[in-house]
Design a protein around this ligand. Sequence first.
Ligand code: K7E
Ligand code: CUA
Ligand code: CA
Length: 645
Amino acid sequence: MRQKSGTPSEQLSVIGRRKFINTAALAGLTVGVAACNDKSAGPAAAPAASTAARVANAGSEVGKYEVAPGQLDDYYSFSSGGHSGDVRIYGLPSGRLFKSIPVFNMDCLVGWGITNESKKIIGTKPDGSPKYRTGDTHHVHPSYKDGTYDGKYIFVNDKIHGRIARIRMDTMETDKITELPLVQGFHGIFPDKRDPVDAAINHTTRVFCGGEFSIPLVNDGKNMEATKDYRSVFSCVDAESMEVRWQVVIDGNCDLVASSYDGKLACSNQYNTENGARYEDMMSAEMDSCIFFNVARIEAAVKAGKFKTYGSSKVPVVDGSKAGNADPKTALTCYVPVSKNPHGVNASPDGKYYACSGKLSPTATLIEHALVLKWFDGELKDAREAVVAEPEIGLGPLHTAFDGRGNAYTTLFLDSQIVKWNVEAAIKSYKGDKTAKPVVDRIDVMYQPGHGFTSMGETKNADGKYFLSDNKFSKDRFLPVGPLHPETAQLIDISGDKMKLVADHSVYSEPHDSIIIPRNLIRTRQVYDINEFPNAVKDAKECRVERKGKKVTVYLTSQAPTFGLREWTVKRGDEVTIILTNLDKVEDLTHGFAIPKYDINFIVNPQETKSVTFIADKPGVYWCYCTNFCHALHLEMRSRMLVEA
Ligand code: K7E
Ligand code: CUA
Ligand code: CA
């Protein structure tokens, strides 16, 4: 959805510019987007006001959302970085960037992809280099307990290589990465919130993963032309072991994923039920689906041995196709028809509904959880009867968030708006009540929003305070910085009847999904426990060089402003492993370690141990130095590596 236009936007009026952006965003879509005739609905549906008027909307209260020097933010926001492959942590309402957590990317700030420990998590090629150096993070979702966040893990997907990563929330570091078999283009991800069978398990033990691109399940270069036989799978990963528990082969694709509050269902919107390999084909059907997975039945089928495996993968794969699940009473999957090419599916905090955004249809489709369960019980004639509302909300709806007061907020990509609609009014209107007006407010955003999310909106404790709109275009909102613009994250106060735009935050390209969590739910550690590292060098006196044939291990410590060895000697051609423990215990006292010409650069946090391995192939003197400012004598903090010819 990125179609940068390069327009000389200064010459256009604000309204003209908005029109232009809409045109640009539509260019290339060969099918028409159905017109939305709901433009007059809602008190704020008037044409776009001027920028000045919009800023005045927040009025003199803007200062209310500032975080003064020395003050702390009320919320954390965890945001996927998109094709930068990382996850970022921001403070809200300030919008200050605190950290970029390397996940699927390489990061020389901390040495991600450089240290042995990080390479072990990423996975390596036979030569020891990282298996992949790129990633595309789209969706970040933490683990749950009792329907709210437990502060343990964040799960994030890599769309490119079909990987799922887990971030520990105590250290905010990636600790596991799993590559899903049979998957290309892994898009939606969502943890479960409780077990479907065991009531005592009221926390996350599974993570659901939606495969987006259909491929030959045995993808070995044969049968590449038989595109109708390509398949997508839905995967379940164990939240603790991070191993793939089971997969479901389905008709059509998965896009985004949601999970129910009672643990019984997971679901995914499908935009390509046509199983098309060309985009015209993917848009040919008038209706697509939201597919529901009956978790307990799938696991019973796996247990009963009703599965297959494909290629070299040992993961059990059950049949979730329509043909294989015709009888609702035994079905593993339920395909609820929704309007054309939907995008995004979000569960409401009361656990009752799922909202699918129309994307190519100007509607949102509301599906009732209890009715889907009824379908699985054989008590609903047609899965479509699980739909309880389908309000017209505007053009290009993508993602929906909730405020916990019965309202939904959907991003409108083409309209560059956030639309607020009332769930109960939408249901009444769908039943035929002409007086019910689903749309209650609209606000312009700058420009073309992707995801929008509310504070705690994906938990039963949605607090209805903030909505953040992650926009795909920023155009004129910031000082120009060359062809690649920043994106905008716009903060909207949703605590009142009317949405209020209160801040424009610039963000590095290209955020997708985020979550907003109050600061009291996050408990981090500032200093590691040295005993967690089996290879720790616990005393500066233990610093030494050990040789076994051509393998040399250098045991090193750091303690401001010195390393445990002033110099050490190795021979050309040696395989050198450096193990470095930071003995400093003081919070915030991180050291770095870089070796010129050897492409080594990483940090050690207080009481942490890391290691690197390389071939000493260049004779000479190399000053290994501390890269991270730590002490008045930081520049003097060095050690000499002597490589004998
Ligand atoms: Cu809409 Cu990958 Cu969540 Cu991006 S997806 S916006
Ligand atoms: Cu240690 Cu700078
Ligand atoms: Ca379609």
